[in-house]
Write a protein that binds this ligand. Structure first.
Ligand SMILES: CC/C=C\CC/C=C/CC(=O)SCCNC(=O)CCNC(=O)[C@H](O)C(C)(C)COP(=O)(O)OP(=O)(O)OC[C@H]1O[C@@H](n2cnc3c(N)ncnc32)[C@H](O)[C@@H]1OP(=O)(O)O
Length: 281
């Protein structure tokens, strides 16, 4: 089968071409034989989504759209973290001008990924909380390596996931499951995520995850690309339009939220907890 051949080619190393080294925090590698692009996040230690990583992600997505790749596989260079979500330091004691640019860029990057015209898949090779889960659920397919966690844990930080985070989550999970998980701020293990449908498959390694993502993208090999892409866009149009229409209000809501003293206090305690965990080990 064509898609199996595609995935084998990719897994075998294939003739890869690094098409982008300009963006320091992401790389794009296109397999010349399969035409599939691997977009790798590379912001140690945890791929925290700060303004610069979000900018690089957006320009890499644009690059992949522009070079007519057959698909996009999102992954991470870290062996244990896909993405730790939004960089909390962008929200803790923030400079308000930068904070505005940060949230606007997050909106921009999400619109590009969720609305991407090429088939998208996430090879989740590590933990994927909050914004990391947003990136993964914005793709069309998810393959995850065992012993990691994924979910929208915003309520655990005293925050409310915006409507568009929920839209991506709801495009994957049934309403009842999504609502309960969001209210609880639940993080799912790989096995739990597979059981509820938050991910589509598991894989024993990053390489295998990429291979399975490539096989998913290969399922579109015989489908008219324009018909496929317009069908996808039609499915996602309402979610995308909702953010496009409400971008300003969404930004103001975020800026109001981060300027609340109670939230700042909570974020400070949360960050302290992350650092104490490091010292204990
Ligand atoms: C109106 C709308 C309003 C608001 C909406 C806001 C939406 C927010 C969505 C988000 O994405 S908020 C971010 C949520 N993320 C998290 O809660 C993840 C927290 N991190 C972890 O759970 C763990 O770090 C990890 C499981 C990802 C990795 O664990 P491990 O490998 O053991 O690494 P460390 O915990 O030691 O972390 C290393 C280093 O990185 C710092 N760090 C971790 N996560 C973040 C982060 N999200 N932002 C900033 N910094 C982070 C951690 O403090 C360590 O720093 P050191 O200086 O001690 O090295």
């Amino acid at each position: 089968m064509l898609h199996t051949n595609l995935s084998r080619l990719l897994a075998s190393g294939g003739p890869k071409r690094l098409i982008s080294t300009v963006n320091k925090l992401t790389t794009v590698e296109v397999n010349d034989k399969t035409g599939i692009a691997i977009l790798t996040m590379n912001r140690p230690p945890v791929n925290g989504l700060n303004l610069e990583l979000l900018q690089d992600l957006k320009s890499s997505i644009d690059e992949i759209e522009g070079n007519k790749s057959r698909g996009l596989i999102l992954t991470s260079s870290s062996p244990t973290i896909f993405s730790a979500g939004l960089d909390i330091l962008e929200m803790y004691k923030p400079d308000m001008d930068r904070c505005r640019a940060f949230w606007s860029q997050l909106q921009e990057t999400w619109l590009a990924l969720y609305g991407s015209s090429v088939p998208t898949a996430a090879a989740i090779n590590g933990h994927s909380p909050a914004g990391g889960c947003l990136l993964a659920t914005s793709c069309e397919y998810r393959v995850m390596v065992p012993k990691f966690t994924i979910g929208l844990n915003e309520t655990q930080l005293g925050m409310i996931a915006p409507q568009w985070f929920m839209s991506a989550f709801l495009s994957v999970l049934p309403q009842r499951e999504a609502e309960r998980a969001l209210n609880q701020g639940r993080m799912f293990t790989t096995e739990e995520a597979l059981r509820v449908g938050l991910i589509d498959e598991t894989a024993n390694s990053k390489e295998e995850a990429i291979e399975k993502c490539a096989a998913f993208i290969g399922t579109f090999a015989k489908v008219n690309p324009l018909a496929r892409s317009l069908t996808k866009q039609q499915f996602r149009a309402a979610d995308l339009q909702q953010l496009k229409n409400g971008r300003k209000e969404d930004l103001e809501k975020f800026l109001f939220t981060v300027s609340q003293p109670a939230l700042q206090k909570g974020l400070g305690i949360y960050l302290e907890g992350l650092k104490k965990k490091v010292k204990k080990q």
